[in-house]
Design a protein around this ligand. Structure first.
Ligand code: SF4
Length: 456
């Protein structure tokens, strides 16, 4: 549970009554409030003894540690989540999806897998969706494995090194230490042997145990040695165990601030599933139920896309509708003859309408009005998409200067604004379009034909 301002105040000088203002706040309590919200750091108060500082820093640290694998733009940061359920606030750091490669696979398969991570990318509601990491598993040929590690590292994606041979695991780490790979598995058996090498060159690690109880002594021991970049794999044996274990870890970290379990989760459906369908199901459960990294044995477009869309949905802030910018979008090669359409700035609405205009093969001006990310019906019913507001908007963006004929097509769901809009836009013809964007490819050519025959 997060530390309250009143608890923090008691730890401040003179029981939080010194109120000297040197921290820049009028009272110790005001400083305590800022500390509790994470807006300032403890070192702003010059009178805090070292041990209280450490105590407060520990208590104020996020309940789930932030861990970064990889470096640069492609680096993956996971952890620092704050809620059990997305609707309580939001989930912040999308699960990384990894593709598993072993040196045992033939050259064609290895190249194809590397290529999949590089090239499989999807555009959805203005965001680019893609998988994130390589997981390189040792399968018996050390020389080939190290070659694979070097080759994959050259692609710039974060890497999970999976190797039961501890010496080889560190050899591989040393080859690409500057890429900040994740080392897996660190177990109760190899922990003490691994510690000196981890301390010498800090690297994120994946702790593998058989069950949650076994995690606690290992993460405590690692913490004693100052090693905190940890992800957890309690090795669930089934979907049921997976959901149970991951949920227990998350709850213990967030509800009880139980630090030994306050780390992101590594999920390996590739080791658990018997077929592709089961693997996708386990991966989906992992994305929904708190996995920071999900490792898949392989993926095809049809398997990856739904998983990425699920991840996008889970990690989209429910308090902020996905929205696009308010402006005129030119779809296709427009001309003064092109039709004008009006819609709202809810991202899904925009992309549906824009893609159906493209499908119609009729270039058009799509005027997108800011409705705070609401779809047409919701925007209309809350007064954010009315004739009174849409008329001035169309005038302001100057779409009338771009076209010969003053006609605007409004969404069928907002048919009721037609009269108001005509009053606002004197000299314009307001046409009620279809309710569904999918009807535009049939509707637009008909309208063009109609307008052509009218002008003869
Ligand atoms: S500097 Fe420290 S003692 Fe002074 S007001 Fe701020 S918190 Fe209180």
């Amino acid at each position: 549970m997060a530390l309250k301002a009143s608890d923090i105040q008691k730890k401040l000088p003179d029981g939080g009554k010194k109120n000297c203002k040197e921290c820049g706040f009028p009272t110790c309590f005001a400083f305590a409030m800022k500390l509790a919200s994470g807006a300032v750091t403890v070192d702003k108060c010059p009178y805090l003894p070292g041990e209280i500082k450490t105590e407060l820093e520990e208590a104020l640290a996020p309940p789930i540690k932030l861990v970064t694998v990889g470096v640069g733009e492609k680096g993956l940061s996971i952890g620092e989540e704050e809620v059990i359920y997305r609707h309580e606030k939001t989930f912040y750091r999308p699960s990384g999806i990894a593709i598993l490669i072993t040196e045992k696979e033939d050259e064609g398969t290895i190249s194809a897998k590397i290529n999949k991570l590089k090239t499989l990318q999807f555009d959805r509601v203005g965001q680019k969706l893609r998988a994130n990491l390589f997981a390189l598993k040792y399968a018996g040929n050390a020389e080939k494995y190290l070659g694979l590690v070097k080759r994959a590292a050259a692609e710039g994606f974060p890497i999970v090194l999976i190797c039961e041979d501890l010496d080889l695991l560190f050899k591989a780490r040393d080859l690409i230490a500057d890429k900040n790979p994740l080392l897996y598995p660190i177990t109760k058996e190899n922990l003490e042997a691994a510690l000196p090498k981890l301390k010498a060159k800090p690297t994120p690690i994946g702790v593998k145990t058989s069950g949650i109880e076994e995690i606690v002594p290992i993460t405590k021991r690692l913490k004693e040695e100052g090693i905190l970049d940890i992800v957890l794999d309690p090795s669930p044996k089934s979907l049921k165990e997976m959901i149970r274990d991951y949920t227990l870890i998350r709850r213990a970290a967030l509800k009880k601030t139980f630090r030994p379990l306050g780390y992101p989760i590594l999920s390996l459906p590739c080791m658990l599933a018997e077929n592709k369908m089961e693997e996708t199901l386990l991966a989906s459960a992992g994305v929904i139920k708190y996995a920071g990294i999900v490792v898949l044995s392989d993926f095809e477009k049809e398997m990856l896309y739904p998983l990425l869309v699920l991840r996008q949905n889970i990690f989209t802030d429910p308090r902020v509708p996905l929205a696009v910018e308010q402006k005129i979008y030119e779809i296709g090669t427009v001309s003064p003859e092109s039709p004008v359409l009006l819609t709202t700035n809810f991202a899904l609405t925009y992309f549906a309408v824009a893609s159906e205009i493209e499908n119609s093969k009729i270039p058009a001006y799509l005027c997108v009005k800011d409705t705070e990310g609401l779809c047409v019906l919701a925007a209309w019913s809350t007064g954010k998409f009315s004739g009174d507001t849409a008329g001035p908007f169309l005038k302001k963006i100057g779409v009338g200067d771009k076209v010969k004929n003053k006609r605007v097509i409004i969404p069928g769901f907002a048919a009721r604004i037609k009269g108001e809009l005509e009053e606002e836009l004197q000299g314009w013809e307001v046409i009620v379009g279809p309710r569904e964007a999918s009807d535009l490819p049939a509707f637009l050519p008909q309208m063009i034909e109609k307008w052509k025959s009218q002008s003869k």
